[in-house]
Design a protein around this ligand. Structure first.
Ligand code: ADP
Ligand code: MG
Length: 277
């Protein structure tokens, strides 16, 4: 096979498949239920363009549910229901004119456990992300997208000579970056990351954190993390979720990450960020 095009320096070429770019994502008064069990109540949050927003809080307070509401995965659960609005650059993603597929394309997701297609090649794993476009893409454009996505995911240098090898042969941290590359293939406007490093070793975690520092220049990032040091390292804004005494999950405190860690305004935030529960 012919060698793939080298990325232009200083940055890679950027073939546009989706809108791409930095977008403002806003939740307004989001409440979510599974059957009669309300897990979120009146959650409002602005996730700024070009920023990393970290969602922190104890297990079970609705962080993953909130992410799934943002990209309409929540509605795939038969018992699930929802109130409120999710606006992407001002347009309600639950409104008319948005197909589910368009929302998934513009708001990508990466999960805790790296889930590339293990038997599929690294190249095809990235290309598989394009299924969300519903468009045929030429071989040349695919090549460019694969290079661009792997560069953005911080994986290109490690896999450029083995693109035809199976994704399952990579280390855990590399597999997670492959999943990030797959999500980036369509040039999403927002990337949701649900504990993306929880299954990884500290070295792989640091590599992904460094990647995120670059990535936020091209995609708005929302990350759920249990790791307070990680939240402090990667995010500019932070929202603390809490579901106390049978109450549904709510945002207790939101703000600039540095300020929230150094001078939390709410006693419960103070206790949480200092590992008291
Ligand atoms: P977190 O990510 O903060 O740990 P989750 O969003 O996963 O919290 O869960 C919030 C609450 O919703 C929990 O009580 C959980 O048991 C419940 N829940 C999550 N997913 C489902 C589901 N598919 N069906 C029913 N209940 C669910
Ligand atoms: Mg979760």
């Amino acid at each position: 096979a012919a060698p793939l095009p080298e990325p232009d320096t200083p940055g890679p070429r950027q073939p546009v498949v989706s809108g791409g770019g930095l977008s403002l994502l806003e939740a307004r008064g989001v409440s979510a239920w599974f059957g009669s069990h309300r897990v979120l109540e009146g959650v409002s949050l602005v996730m700024g363009a070009g920023e990393v927003t970290a969602l922190i809080g104890p297990s079970g307070c609705g962080k993953s549910t909130f992410l799934r509401v943002l990209n309409r995965m929540h509605e795939l659960v038969p018992s699930a229901s929802l109130a409120g609005e999710v606006l992407l650059d001002g347009g309600d993603v639950y409104g008319r004119g948005w197909r589910l597929q368009d929302v998934r394309r513009d708001i990508g997701m990466v999960f805790q456990k790296p889930n590339p297609f293990p038997a599929m090649s690294i190249y095809d794993n990235v290309v598989s992300g394009l299924r969300l476009t519903g468009r045929r893409v030429s071989r040349d454009v695919k090549d460019e997208i694969v290079v661009r996505s792997l560069v953005s995911a911080g994986l290109w240098g490690e896999v450029r000579d083995r693109l035809r090898q199976p994704g399952g042969g990579l280390s855990g941290g590399q597999q997670q970056r492959l999943c990030i590359a797959r999500a980036l293939a369509v040039r999403p406007r927002v990337l949701l990351m649900d504990e993306p490093c929880s299954a990884l070793d500290p070295t792989s975690t640091r590599v992904i954190e460094e990647t995120m520092g670059q990535l936020r220049r091209e995609v708005t990032i929302v990350i759920v993390t249990h790791n307070m040091q990680q939240a402090a390292r990667v995010s500019q804004r932070c929202a603390f979720f809490l579901a106390s005494q049978g109450m549904p999950g709510q945002i207790v405190e939101y703000g600039d990450t540095d300020a929230m860690f150094s001078e939390p305004q709410d006693e419960r935030t103070f206790d949480y960020v200092n590992g008291r529960f």
